[in-house]
Design a protein around this ligand. Structure first.
Ligand code: XMP
Length: 510
């Protein structure tokens, strides 16, 4: 089954990914491509959205998209920079606005038009621009204004071309989703039939066609992406999927056995490999964070390679790569900049393994991965798990790693995480964990003087880990957690809470 697709041409706005997500929330598949590296076959797309940009259309090196195959030929929605671009180079005028227009505004005029169906005067919109459209382009017809921005929305008569100065993709634009629906479904006639169930069905069909009777190996991490990728492949090829779950000894307390059981309960063909000792050996004496990461990455490759070699005639390596890892975005200085991350546990498999790569989640955002998992009936707890770094507790033990330090941190982390669950706070936090500091401090327990370890607790809110803020956990919770840790975990006599945001701090301490 083919779905209608929407093309989003990126001009480097921080909100471009949000546009794609909002469109997909309407059950419409959308793809982001850099404006200067568009897909070959524009006719595969039913409608086009032009994103915003940090660039000014008045700048000498303003971005000039080639719209010859698009404008007037298919429905187009131009947002912010897109709207200014259309105005400035087609007979209108864009000028510096005297005040930087940033934040909430309300529509003060709305024309009768299918574009504004169910959206009325007073509707809140989100502005973020320093240029303003002084006059509309040729054949431009005003559709909406706010108090400060007269030309907040317009269309081009005789074309299915619409332009808006505000950002419908941002939640603060309260009718933004309605506006996108009006444009895509009512005006562009896009069929909203891209649902999680449809995705599962089609992906399973595609995987079957692609893989046939071939064997596939996949490294499970206990995280959401690799687990959902495994379930999709399992549905498609059953026992020909060989999953390997490596215990690097740096997982959370009891995680290896618990998650392994959970995977087996899902019917997966999974082999648990306990290589803790090997990883600890590889880490011996290393304190530098990057050296630790490298040692863990190399040890993982060795173990994975050894295990994969035991699978006779395996042809494919499956990875849980998701869409944000593959999107090319336009940088503010021009030119597409690749933002491809290499996951430490899959990025560097030796070439001699000669495995072909299969990535069933390449087209999905994280929240979509969760929805696809839910539509396959996967466990809510598994799908809602906090992100956990590949190098595990090794980058939360500052300095060198010993078995005893790992034991202490696993205990502390378990008290903290279980406490969050018991207090109903786990799902309110994006990521949480404990950090073992290379600091001993003086305490007193009973009548004894102690000189023991200090741990830091970290809990953050975030959407993608790129920026984050510390969570305002209730004092009562922190008080209880601190007591529990110091009472239950031998070797710790002091607990602190990290109140740094990212940037300038990072989520992990190493
Ligand atoms: P930072 O510390 O950079 O972390 O703010 C952002 C997100 O990335 C995770 N992280 C890693 N994940 N290998 C991984 O697989 C790594 O080396 C690594 N370092 C950081 C971190 O847990 C957070 O979710």
């Amino acid at each position: 089954m083919q779905h209608d697709k929407v093309l989003i041409l990126d001009f480097g706005s921080q909100y471009t990914q949000l546009i794609a997500r909002r469109v997909r929330e309407l059950n419409i598949y959308s793809e982001i491509h850099p404006f200067n590296n568009p897909p070959k076959n524009i006719n595969d797309y039913k409608a086009v959205v032009l994103s915003g940009s940090p660039m000014s259309v008045r700048s000498e090196d303003a971005f000039h998209p080639d719209l010859s195959e698009i404008r007037g030929k298919k429905p187009m929605l131009a947002v912010c920079y897109g709207a200014q671009y259309l105005a400035h180079f087609s007979g209108g005028e864009v000028a510096d606005s005297n005040t930087r227009e940033y934040g909430r505004a309300n529509l003060s005029f709305v024309a009768e038009d299918a574009f504004f169906k169910n959206i009325a005067v007073g509707s809140q919109v989100w502005m973020s621009h320093s240029d303003t459209i002084k006059s509309l382009p040729t054949k431009g017809k005003l559709l909406a204004s706010t108090h400060d921005v007269k030309n907040a929305a317009y269309k081009i008569e005789g074309e299915a071309t619409y332009a808006i100065q505000f950002h419908p993709e941002v939640y603060h634009s309260t009718d933004g989703k309605q506006l996108l629906e009006n444009f895509l479904v009512d005006i562009a006639n896009v069929n909203p039939d891209w649902t999680p169930n449809a995705f599962v069905q089609e992906t399973v069909d595609d995987l079957q066609a692609k893989l046939g009777d071939d064997k596939v190996v996949l490294g499970l991490s206990g995280g959401v992406d690799s687990s959902v990728a495994a379930m999709l492949l399992h549905k498609a090829i059953g026992k020909n999927l060989y999953c390997i779950f490596v215990n690097n000894g740096l997982l959370r307390k009891n995680e290896f056995t618990q998650v392994l059981e959970q995977y087996k309960g899902m019917g997966l063909n999974v082999k648990g490999v306990d290589a803790s000792a090997r990883f600890l050996d590889a880490l011996a004496g290393l304190s530098d964070p990057e050296k630790k990461r490298k040692a863990i990455g190399n040890a993982f490759i060795e173990v994975f390679d050894q295990e994969a070699n035991l699978i006779e005639d395996v042809k494919w390596l499956a990875q849980g790569t998701i869409y944000p890892d593959v999107i090319e975005s336009v940088s503010a200085t021009g030119g597409p900049s690749a933002t491809i991350k290499s996951h430490h546990n899959v990025g560097g498999l030796p070439d001699y393994m000669k495995l072909k790569i299969v990535e069933p989640l390449r087209a999905l955002f994280k929240d979509e991965v969760r929805r696809v998992g839910a539509s396959m009936g996967m466990d809510k707890d598994l799908l809602g798990r906090h992100p956990f770094p590949g190098p595990g507790l090794a980058i939360r033990i500052l300095g060198d790693i010993t078995a005893e330090k790992v034991r202490i941190l696993q205990e502390v982390d378990a008290v903290f995480i279980n406490g969050l669950r018991d207090a109903g706070l786990y799902d309110k936090v994006w990521q949480a964990g404990a950090i073992l500091l290379p600091v001993n401090s003086v305490g007193v327990m009973g009548d004894e003087r102690t000189y023991e370890k200090c741990v830091a607790l970290r809990a953050v809110e975030s959407t993608d880990g790129m920026t984050a803020d510390w969570v305002n956990l209730p004092y009562e919770f922190l008080q209880k957690t601190s007591n529990d840790i110091i009472n239950k975990v031998k070797g710790v006599n002091r607990v602190v809470y990290d109140i740094s945001s990212k940037p300038p701090a990072t989520i992990e301490w190493e």
